[in-house]
Ligand binder design. Structure first.
Ligand code: HEC
Length: 490
């Protein structure tokens, strides 16, 4: 079988070739950062693809669909993994880069591998930045607004780039669509292609190995099985950490973006905190230096590093300048990030107590809720036929409106409409069954929903259930079906 495949594809000898790769000095846990980064990238690709099954990019559905993702336990786990996987990937990219810097592994003949690596860092950061906007909550909106406005201040092309990225003069559905396209398609495609190039060049030059005056004296090791085991083991540990964080510290979905809010304290992703703080410390007249000129120059210096570092060996002693510069930059980034973190926490505490995640997820659209409370109660009584519709309405606004909407109009992706829904006004036995036992996974009026209809038996009294059913059948919208009695429920 293997021979058959080999003679037609050459895959078997390619795999052998790959696995028997020489590792100067033998396998080591020092070499796991690159493969661990690729592992984190794979986690992001898999979870990201699944999230696109549930996410709907537009100003009226982005937050709503994200909320639905949070309300369903499976998709909530998925988005939490994606959230922590992103942090893991960026942290690993930084560590990988730091190691190459300290070991001088960017030196000839690995200049191109280094440059592709720097571009990969930029692509990863753009992925982080574009993903940050997609939930379209308060924080996503205002943090992205900062980034977009900074882009707009760049000389010459800035306003044009901002207009293209934003999809017009203000942030809205077009912005979400631009960021979505960049985040799920263009940047991942670039990432995968560049990782391919990075690995192909790596294969061509071989691993740099430990710093050594005479590399010929290093005893060669093999990729398989020792290095493969170490890579796999560390990736597995990283996965466990991501899963634990996803379970015990899931991300926070803030209230839906409200562009009119002027007091909200935006919080950037942790890997941009240092820039955020640097910007805050710069006097307004010089902000262009911090936001555009500094980062651009920094990037150019990093790209040119193989030519700026003129030492002939990789030894740390002969590269004191690079090592000191690295230490100072890393210490600076950590200090600025800590300052930003403390400042934001302080500002948030001044802003007053925040709503809890449960409160935010339970809140229906506030405007709609206010508008109906009166009218439905007023019309309810007349059609009551003995059932207590006013009480049913109360039960509804407390238990049902957060998902089904204050008017029973439903919510895209979350829960179906109950007003104008023939199932609700149809066979009362079926409605009672759904209320008592809950429901999930149905296609209702052509749509499916991520949230679960809870089982209300034990949560609500029999009277509550009878009254709320009478209300949704006879008080919501144009629904005019007969009420049910407590005895029907039993
Ligand atoms: C956590 C969100 C949530 C809450 C709260 C909730 N529902 Fe539902 N409800 C749903 C979802 C989601 C469905 C669709 C289930 C499916 O996809 O199979 C549903 C379905 C229904 C249906 C069946 C509709 C159909 O066409 O089959 C009825 C009736 C209903 N809900 C009534 C209520 C009532 C009354 C309450 C309050 C006592 C309530 N729901 C509270 C989410 C919710």
């Amino acid at each position: 079988m293997l021979n058959w495949i080999e003679s037609r594809t050459g895959f078997v000898s390619m795999a052998k070739d790959f696995l028997t790769e020489d590792i100067p000095g033998g396998a080591s846990y020092w070499y796991v950062f690159g493969s661990a980064t690729i592992f984190a990238m794979s986690v992001q690709i898999v979870t990201g693809i699944f999230l696109t099954f549930f996410y709907a990019p537009s100003a009226t559905t982005a937050w709503e669909s994200t909320r639905a993702i949070y309300l369903n336990p499976f998709t909530h786990f998925l988005i939490s993994i994606h959230y922590w996987g992103a942090s893991a990937m960026i942290a690993l990219v930084f560590l990988h880069m730091l190691q190459v810097l300290i070991w001088g592994a960017y030196k000839s003949p690995r200049e191109l591998q280094w440059i592709v690596g720097v571009i990969l860092l930029v692509v990863t950061l753009v992925l982080g930045l574009t993903g940050y906007l997609l939930p379209w909550d308060m924080n996503a909106y205002f943090a992205s607004q900062v980034a977009l406005n900074i882009t707009g201040t760049a000389p010459i092309a800035g306003p044009l780039i901002q207009n293209i990225a934003q999809g017009g003069g203000v942030m809205g559905t077009n912005t979400i669509n631009r960021f979505f396209g960049l985040h799920v398609w263009l940047m991942p495609a670039a990432l995968v292609a560049l990782v391919g190039a990075h690995l192909a060049i790596f294969r061509h030059n071989g691993p740099a190995g430990p710093i050594s005056e005479d590399p010929r004296t290093l005893k060669p090791g093999r990729f398989w099985p020792d290095q493969m085991f170490m890579d796999g083991f560390i990736s597995f540990l990283i996965f466990l950490v991501i899963v634990a964080l996803a379970i015990f510290s899931p991300p926070f979905l803030d209230a839906k973006a409200d562009p009119t809010n002027s007091t909200f304290v935006a919080y950037p992703a942790w890997y941009f905190l240092f820039l955020f703080e640097a910007l805050d410390l710069t006097p307004p007249a010089f902000q262009l230096l911090t936001t555009i000129v500094g980062p651009t120059l920094g990037l150019i210096v990093i790209i040119l590093l193989p030519w700026l570092d003129r030492s002939t060996t990789r030894s740390i002693a002969s590269r004191k300048g690079v090592i000191w510069a690295t230490i100072i930059v890393v210490a600076g980034i950590i200090t600025l990030s800590t300052m930003a973190q403390l400042r934001i926490q302080h500002e948030q505490s001044l802003a007053g107590p925040a709503e809890s995640q449960a409160q935010i997820l339970a809140a229906a659209e506030p405007a709609a809720a206010a508008e109906t409370t009166g009218s439905a109660a007023a019309t309810g009584g007349a059609a009551a036929g003995g059932a207590d519709l006013a009480h049913g309405q109360q039960v509804f606004s407390q238990n049902c409106s957060s998902c089904h909407g204050a008017n029973g109009q439903g919510q895209a992706m979350v829960a179906p409409p109950l007003a104008g829904n023939p199932m609700v006004t149809g066979d009362p036995k079926a409605v009672i069954g759904v209320l008592v036992n809950g429901l999930h996974g149905q296609t209702i009026m052509g749509q499916s929903y991520a949230a679960q209809m809870p089982a209300w038996k034990g949560q609500l009294s029999t009277k509550d259930i009878a009254d709320v059913i009478s209300y949704i059948r006879g008080g919501l919208g144009t629904n005019k079906a007969a009420p049910v009695k407590e005895s029907d429920i039993k």
